[in-house]
Design a binder for this molecule. Structure first.
Ligand SMILES: *[C@@H]1O[C@H](CO)[C@@H](O)[C@H](O)[C@H]1NC(C)=O
Ligand SMILES: *[C@@H]1O[C@H](CO)[C@@H](O)[C@H](O)[C@H]1NC(C)=O
Ligand SMILES: *[C@@H]1O[C@H](CO)[C@@H](O)[C@H](O)[C@H]1NC(C)=O
Ligand SMILES: *[C@@H]1O[C@H](CO)[C@@H](O)[C@H](O)[C@H]1NC(C)=O
Ligand SMILES: *[C@@H]1O[C@H](CO)[C@@H](O)[C@H](O)[C@H]1NC(C)=O
Ligand SMILES: *[C@@H]1O[C@H](CO)[C@@H](O)[C@H](O)[C@H]1NC(C)=O
Ligand SMILES: [Ca+2]
Length: 519
């Protein structure tokens, strides 16, 4: 069930749905269509429709046994009767939150102050079992006069701890030892101060003034201007001023009624039937607090629950969905205006937890081993943090790990190497008969040709003898006497010799055959 919004939208033109109403939208870009994510929040609703009401002490509600009560205006008019057993004459607590139809005012009413001078005390606890953010004035309507002393309190942790929200008294100094203030006195620096106000407690007549207000609109107006035209300024403050959002956040409210309306005079002990509390309505305009990750709030199993987006979950969208890396959860942000930042939970995400030594800005969360790993490491790096060189590359130890050139290609000779990979110092693994860091040089007695290295002697002292007094060097070439020269380059020789070997015939290779002197 979605909360009905209509009554409040009429009430709240400036706080309507214009901004932060969608969490994502489809956008087309060069790379094709994709989702764009925005900060989003549910629309305001009148939370009185879903509040749990509890009154203390037990037995404070009138009508059991039936009781007569009088009015302050005319103490001799004592015809009204409260009777819990009669539907027409009972005044149970739920009449503070009901929808009144046909102009019929319905109200909760307490017993009268017949036990004076013992104080007539009552607590009204309103619970939602959900974090809410108040978005407009909380208005409490008292029939038969407003209390001369009361406290509005709030809890942010479902009733575990409480703090005062505002004090109300016809004499703040006497009732609470506080000097009276008005919300209009508040400035940006002390907007979240808890004040005592006399504005809603002085006797002006029960019919003239019925409401006690917790002023949210005026507080908003300190930033947004008197008509709340500049909501952007308020949202900016919400983001930057620590404690401002908390100030408007609650899960429960409690009204501590400490002293009933007295009609502007002292308590008249001879007619205590005219002193009691009666509340006909409590408006609580608020929205579900979803950390800017939901645009709807739903009632599920009688509990309010954000309808979370951005891969978040939880009653208040206060954590990332499974597989979307809980450590990276962040609330959405109103900034930059006008659309804010979604701070979506992702399995792929950018930014700080993702440490890739400057070779990537993308990470992936591998759910079943609970590991974050860099993806698409650039600059020939690899590894969970792009901290290793790809196979076929080795680390230049004189460069820092985040240098673009940290990984140097092995450049192993394809013919002379066992694999394209090299050691940490860049040394390739060579085939037999091959040497050199890159395996591109022949060992003595070996030669290369057609991609094969063979034990190919160009000359030796026994069978491949250099002619004309030439000396065989490294089995590869003849060093000829001054007046002789060879007409075969080593490669030519190799080619010949390989052919010779493959035919399994050994020939004398004719080198050092041409006489310089004879030319
Ligand atoms: C109202 O609540 C306060 C705080 O828990 C408690 O101290 C006080 O006794 C309660 N008053 C009544 C009348 O239950
Ligand atoms: C309060 O809400 C939580 C969900 O966060 C739920 O588990 C719990 O049952 C609710 N309690 C009541 C009393 O509704
Ligand atoms: C808040 O600050 C303003 C300006 O500094 C000051 O005039 C006002 O009295 C303060 N209000 C309260 C309640 O402290
Ligand atoms: C999670 O977010 C991705 C985009 O980042 C979206 O495509 C996907 O539908 C979301 N999944 C859930 C379960 O919300
Ligand atoms: C390693 O880096 C240093 C410093 O930039 C450079 O002089 C050297 O040539 C590099 N070595 C290799 C093998 O690239
Ligand atoms: C070549 O030169 C050597 C000395 O360098 C000499 O002994 C020899 O007789 C010469 N041979 C010919 C064919 O000229
Ligand atoms: Ca009512």
């Amino acid at each position: 069930m979605y909360l009905s919004l209509l009554p409040l939208l009429v009430l709240l033109p400036a706080l309507g749905r214009a901004q932060f109403e969608v969490c994502q939208s489809l956008r087309s870009s060069e790379g094709g269509p994709g989702w764009e994510f925005y900060a989003c929040q549910p629309p305001p609703a009148n939370m009185k429709e879903v509040m749990q009401i509890r009154v203390d002490p037990p037995g404070i509600t009138c009508g059991n046994p039936p009781e007569r009560f009088c009015t302050l205006e005319n103490p001799y008019l004592c015809s009204d009767e409260c009777d819990a057993s009669s539907p027409d004459l009972s005044h149970p607590p739920q009449l503070m939150g009901d929808k009144e139809r046909g102009g019929l005012v319905t109200y909760w009413q307490t017993v009268t102050w017949s036990r004076y001078p013992e104080p007539l005390l009552a607590n009204i606890t309103l619970s939602w079992n959900k974090s809410l953010e108040v978005v407009d004035d909380i208005v409490i309507t008292f029939e038969y006069g407003r209390p001369t002393s009361m406290v509005l309190e709030k809890s942010m942790d479902k009733g575990v701890t409480w703090q005062p929200y505002q004090f109300y008294a016809d004499d703040c100094l006497e009732a609470f030892g506080m000097s009276p203030k008005q919300v209009f006195d508040l400035a940006p620096s002390n907007l979240t101060r808890v004040i005592c106000t006399e504005q809603y407690s002085r006797w002006v007549g029960a019919k003239e003034e019925k409401v006690v207000v917790f002023e949210v609109r005026t507080r908003f107006g300190v930033f947004a201007g008197p008509k709340l035209i500049n909501m952007d300024a308020l949202y900016t403050r919400m983001e930057t001023m620590k404690g401002l959002r908390d100030f408007f956040t609650f899960t429960n409210l409690r009204l501590r009624l400490l002293r009933p309306a007295l009609g502007g005079t002292y308590v008249q002990r001879d007619n205590l039937l005219k002193y009691f509390y009666a509340i006909s309505n409590i408006d609580v305009p608020a929205r579900c607090k979803c950390h800017l990750h939901a645009s709807q709030c739903v009632l599920r199993d009688a509990t309010l629950q954000c309808d979370c987006d951005h891969n978040t979950t939880g009653q208040d969208c206060q954590r990332c969905s499974r597989g979307f890396k809980s450590r990276s959860w962040r609330p959405g942000s109103y900034l930059p205006l006008p659309k804010g930042t979604a701070n979506t939970c992702r399995s792929f995400f950018c930014l700080s937890d993702c440490e890739c030594n400057g070779h990537s800005n993308r990470c992936s969360y591998i759910d079943f081993i609970n590991v974050i790993t860099c993806v698409s490491c650039k600059h020939n790096t690899r590894g969970q943090n792009c901290q290793y060189c790809r196979l076929g590359f080795y680390r230049n130890a004189s460069l820092p790990l985040d240098d673009e050139n940290v990984c140097v290609e092995c450049s192993c000779d394809l013919d002379g190497s066992v694999s394209p990979h090299c050691s940490d110092s860049g040394v390739c693994q060579c085939k037999n008969g091959v040497t050199g860091q890159r395996c591109d040089k022949c060992l003595p007695g070996y030669a290369r040709g057609r991609g094969i290295y063979r034990n190919t002697k160009a000359c030796d002292e026994e069978r491949l003898i250099c002619q004309n007094g030439g000396t065989c060097i490294d089995y590869q070439r003849c060093v000829c006497p001054d007046n002789f020269t060879g007409n075969h380059t080593p490669d030519d020789v190799t080619a010949q010799v390989l052919r010779v070997y493959s035919d399994d015939v050994i020939l004398h290779v004719q080198v050092c055959s041409v006489s310089r002197g004879s030319v």
